[in-house]
Design a protein around this ligand. Structure first.
Ligand code: DX5
Ligand code: ZN
Length: 224
């Protein structure tokens, strides 16, 4: 199943597992699935591109065996192209890379697609959407980051809503938003054109299913 191609303008929720309890990751994902999650957002950090370190292909492979939700990988690493084969083998559905750190962006996107995965670009808050212009034919989705990459639990940057609007207009592609997404900020981003709501700290505290459902419903109400 091609996740982004089959979205059909629906608003969907994706837990960012960075904020989950990694000692019981499969259970954590199951709880968000009970709350309507349709995709898992898997943050990969290398302590070089961003000052944090997270999980890699080994953890993604275990999780892919433990859930039937598609996994989308957000590469926040130097030399992202070198990790594409291992994540493809791990059984993930999609990979997004940052143009800010990817040499030969189109080649990397082609490599992702040649392995049968959907390909995306993630834009840090200060990155202009115009970097996407000549990469559009290779893209299946765009992640408009609404915090600076590196950590969960940061404050939402409101100016990024205007970028969502521009990216949606120039690309027509499904837009994901990532960072500081809550029941409060989700409607703003959905009205700007976002359809995939990634949320970490707002989901993995208290009851995960209730929190996930709350964010998805807040987003859906915004375009009813
Ligand atoms: C930040 C990551 C996000 C992060 C979001 O670099 O890309 O996916 O986990 O976390 P929250 O929802 O807590 O801002
Ligand atoms: Zn992310």
């Amino acid at each position: 199943m091609r996740f982004f191609a089959s979205l059909d303008d629906r608003v969907v929720g994706a837990p960012s597992i960075l904020a989950a309890d990694f000692a019981c990751l499969a259970d954590e994902v199951r709880r968000t699935r009970d709350g309507g999650a349709e995709l898992v957002h898997f943050d990969v950090m290398d302590n070089h591109f961003v000052p944090n370190l997270s999980a890699g292909p080994v953890v993604a492979a275990s999780l892919a065996r433990a859930t039937d939700l598609p996994i989308e990988v957000h590469l926040q690493v130097e030399r992202p192209e070198s990790l594409v084969p291992a994540f493809a083998d791990a059984g993930v559905a999609a990979v997004c890379v940052h143009p800010e750190i990817t040499q030969h962006l189109n080649r990397t996107l082609e490599e992702i697609k040649s392995r049968g995965l959907e390909a995306g670009c993630a834009l840090s808050p200060a990155t202009t959407p115009s970097v996407l212009k000549y990469a559009l034919p290779y893209l299946d989705y765009v992640n408009v980051m609404s915090v600076n990459p590196g950590f969960g639990g940061q404050a939402f940057i409101p100016e990024t809503a205007e970028k969502v609007r521009r990216v949606r207009e120039m690309s027509g592609l499904p837009v994901m938003v990532d960072g500081g997404i809550t029941e409060k900020t989700a409607p703003l981003m959905v009205r700007a054109g976002a359809r995939v709501l990634v949320a970490g700290s707002a989901v993995f505290r208290g009851d995960r299913a209730t929190a996930m459902r709350g964010i998805i419903e807040a987003g859906r109400r915004a375009v009813e």
